[in-house]
Design a protein around this ligand. Structure first.
Ligand SMILES: [Zn+2]
Ligand SMILES: [Zn+2]
Ligand SMILES: [Zn+2]
Length: 156
C-alpha cells in the first residue's frame, strides 16, 4: 500500500530519514540488503510497507495501535470491544449492548499521539510519523498530555 504520486516525496524522505540506511546502488532503501532482480527500491513488500508505516499517518496510526496492543500506554485502558451480534439471543439485547458500546467509544476510543508534536503535518508524508514517535493514548490521557503541552508552550 502506498499513497498516490509519492515517489518523489519518498526519495526526499529517504534522503533525510534517520531510520533509512545510507543510499547505496543495488541495496534495499529500508534494510540495506541486496536487491533481488527486478526490484528497484525495496527488497520485498515488507520493507516498502515498513517504510510507509513509518511515514504515512493513516497507516502509521493503525500500526501504532497494533504495536501497543490496543491499550493506552499511560493508564492501560483498552478500546471498548464491539459487541458481536451472535453473542446475543435477542435483537433488543444486542441493541442495548451496541448503545453502551457507542457511548463508551466516545470516552474510551484510543487515539495516537505524536511525542514530538506533528504540528499540522498529519496530512503529509513525514518522518514525524516514525513509529517510535507515536504512542497510543485514551482520550483522558491525551487531554492531560495536550494541556500539559499547552502550559509548557505558554511558559516558554
Ligand atoms: Zn529490505
Ligand atoms: Zn489513558
Ligand atoms: Zn523517516
Amino acid at each position: 500500500m502506498k499513497p498516490p504520486h509519492a515517489e518523489r516525496k519518498r526519495d526526499l524522505l529517504l534522503a533525510v530519514c534517520s531510520l533509512a540506511p545510507p543510499a547505496a546502488d543495488g541495496a534495499c532503501a529500508w534494510c540495506a540488503e541486496p536487491l533481488p532482480p527486478r526490484r528497484r527500491i525495496w527488497c520485498s513488500d515488507r520493507c516498502g510497507d515498513a517504510f510507509w508505516a513509518n511515514h504515512w499517518w493513516s497507516v502509521a496510526r493503525s500500526a501504532a495501535k497494533r504495536r501497543d496492543r490496543y491499550r493506552c500506554r499511560r493508564c492501560g485502558t483498552r478500546a471498548p470491544k464491539r459487541p458481536s451480534r451472535a453473542a446475543f439471543r435477542t435483537e433488543p439485547a444486542y441493541k442495548t449492548a451496541m448503545r453502551a458500546y457507542r457511548a463508551a467509544r466516545r470516552t474510551e476510543r484510543l487515539e495516537v499521539n505524536h511525542i514530538d508534536p506533528a504540528l499540522g503535518r498529519h496530512g503529509q508524508l513525514s518522518c514525524v510519523h516514525h513509529l517510535d514517535n507515536l504512542e497510543t493514548l485514551c482520550p483522558a490521557c491525551h487531554k492531560v498530555h495536550t494541556s500539559a503541552l499547552r502550559t509548557e508552550r505558554a511558559s516558554a
